[in-house]
Design a protein around this ligand. Structure first.
Ligand SMILES: [Zn+2]
Length: 450
């Protein structure tokens, strides 16, 4: 399993080597040059990610023992990062006492995004601004948080993930002191996610999960009490790991846990059309966490939770027919957003996809006008004739039935398949993307949510 996932990641990386040639053929010279230079500068990204996860897992396993659990129980916990987002995080226990924990790269990418934005809000580059900020907080009870920018960055992140299944993000320029805190917060958050999964194994929950990893478990047990117990243990484990490292302050651990809950909530609500499990509502999870948070940290915890979840909820609205409340222009205009040509090139495509979300089903069908067979298929979908639609779109007759029942169902599963319909193969991947998005919107309206 671990080897297979490693090979998949290596395959993804190797196939990305051909991407600059495709860009050049499309006349995107500057983007192709940037991409080549970046690839040349990477030591071995697959190995780097694996080492990173392994170190995180080891620190979690040691801390689980430190808070009093049986070392034998965690001796053979295997962590496998997933490049394909059919899973956010999951654990499976086996009769021999071993456990398999799966975490998607999307989760890692999101932990970095939230960590950065929270660190920028928490830590000011100099004492003067720090004191001013503190005085304002005491006076108004409100923290400074760039909700608009986080919303836009999250939205970009999930658009890339939904259309291309890639964890790609806009980095934010920061002062060294903020950067260190950002790294620390995302490390706490990743430890929390891993510890939550290991907790299911240690507490004997994971064996109850009836879904096997090969079926693509979205996350966890689906039993609310078990989820809350796992959160509680995860928090204690992250705290123990921090105390052992001695890096940063114990009061930063609650913020890392906050990031973790936001990441899992966001991944599941924005990347999946159906998750297959019911997690406790975010407020209940935060409530459990809040009881663990020391008294003097609670006001800070509360005041950052509010804007963090406001951005999360706004960015996660992917309901067809609603207009997204996201200011995409910020990604171009804010000086602290670090650009590269590929992300800017894709930017317009994703703005276009967001515009499509506001359209009614018949308007989506109109978008397919330039491709007569696709348009006719769309009309068939609207008339309740999915069999005809599958034929016209050259999909296997059973595809729509699969999507009707599959749980979990990642948004990318549907889009990735629609991007491969023969009628669109003359277009470049970026141009294909909004067309597939219009088709996916129709499929969601007529098949998946009907
Ligand atoms: Zn869980």
């Amino acid at each position: 399993m671990a080897e297979q996932a490693g090979a998949e990641r290596r395959g993804d990386f190797e196939s990305s080597r051909g991407f600059p040639d495709e860009l050049e053929a499309d006349g995107e010279i500057e983007a192709a040059r940037w991409y080549r230079e970046t690839l040349a500068g990477l030591p071995d990204p697959v190995r780097t990610i694996e080492d990173h996860y392994e170190a995180l897992k080891d620190s979690v396993v040691e801390a689980v023992v430190r808070v009093g659990h049986d070392p034998e129980r965690v001796r053979s916990v295997v962590l496998v990062p997933q490049s394909r987002a059919t899973v956010s995080a999951s654990a499976e226990s086996y009769p021999d006492g071993s456990a398999l924990v799966l975490i998607s790269n999307a989760v890692l990418g999101l932990a970095e995004v939230y960590g950065q934005h929270l660190a920028r809000a928490v830590m000011k580059p100099n004492l003067r601004t720090f004191l001013k900020k503190g005085a304002r907080f005491l006076r108004t009870g409100r923290v400074e948080f760039d909700t608009e920018l986080l919303t836009a960055v999250l939205r970009h992140n999930s658009r890339v993930q939904r259309s291309f299944n890639l964890a790609q993000t806009f980095m934010i320029g920061m002062e060294p002191v903020q950067l260190r805190l950002a790294e620390l917060l995302s490390r706490h958050a990743m430890r929390f996610v891993i510890a939550h999964e290991v907790a299911h194994h240690v507490l004997g929950h994971a064996g109850r999960s009836h879904l096997a990893p090969v079926d693509g478990v979205a996350s966890c047990t689906g039993e609310q009490q078990a989820e809350l117990e796992a959160d509680r243990l995860a928090y204690q484990v992250v705290l123990a790991a921090q105390q052992h490292d001695g890096v940063g302050l114990p009061s930063q651990v609650p913020l890392g846990a906050l990031v973790a809950i936001a990441v899992l909530h966001y991944a599941e609500s924005s990347l999946f059309l159906r998750t297959g499990v019911s997690h406790p509502p975010v407020d209940r999870r935060l409530g459990v966490l809040w009881q663990e948070v020391p008294f003097h940290v609670r006001p800070t915890f509360n005041s950052y939770a509010l804007p963090l979840f406001e951005a999360t909820d706004r960015a996660a609205d992917f309901v067809q027919g609603s207009r997204p409340d996201v200011d995409w222009a910020l990604l171009r205009t804010r000086p602290e957003v670090q650009h590269h040509p590929f992300s800017l090139m894709a930017h317009d495509v994703f703005v276009r996809c967001d515009e499509l979300q506001a359209l009614a089903p018949d308007q989506l069908a109109e978008q397919l006008g330039p491709w007569p067979a696709l348009h006719e298929g769309a009309e068939a979908l609207l008339d309740g004739r999915p069999g005809d639609a599958a034929r016209l779109w050259e999909l296997s007759p059973t595809w729509f039935d699969t999507w009707k029942t599959q749980a979990p169902l990642a948004a990318y599963t549907v889009r990735g398949r629609l991007q491969r319909v023969p009628a669109l193969q003359d277009l470049t991947p970026l141009l294909r993307c909004p067309v597939a998005e219009a088709m996916a919107g129709l499929v969601e309206h007529t098949i998946i949510r009907s």
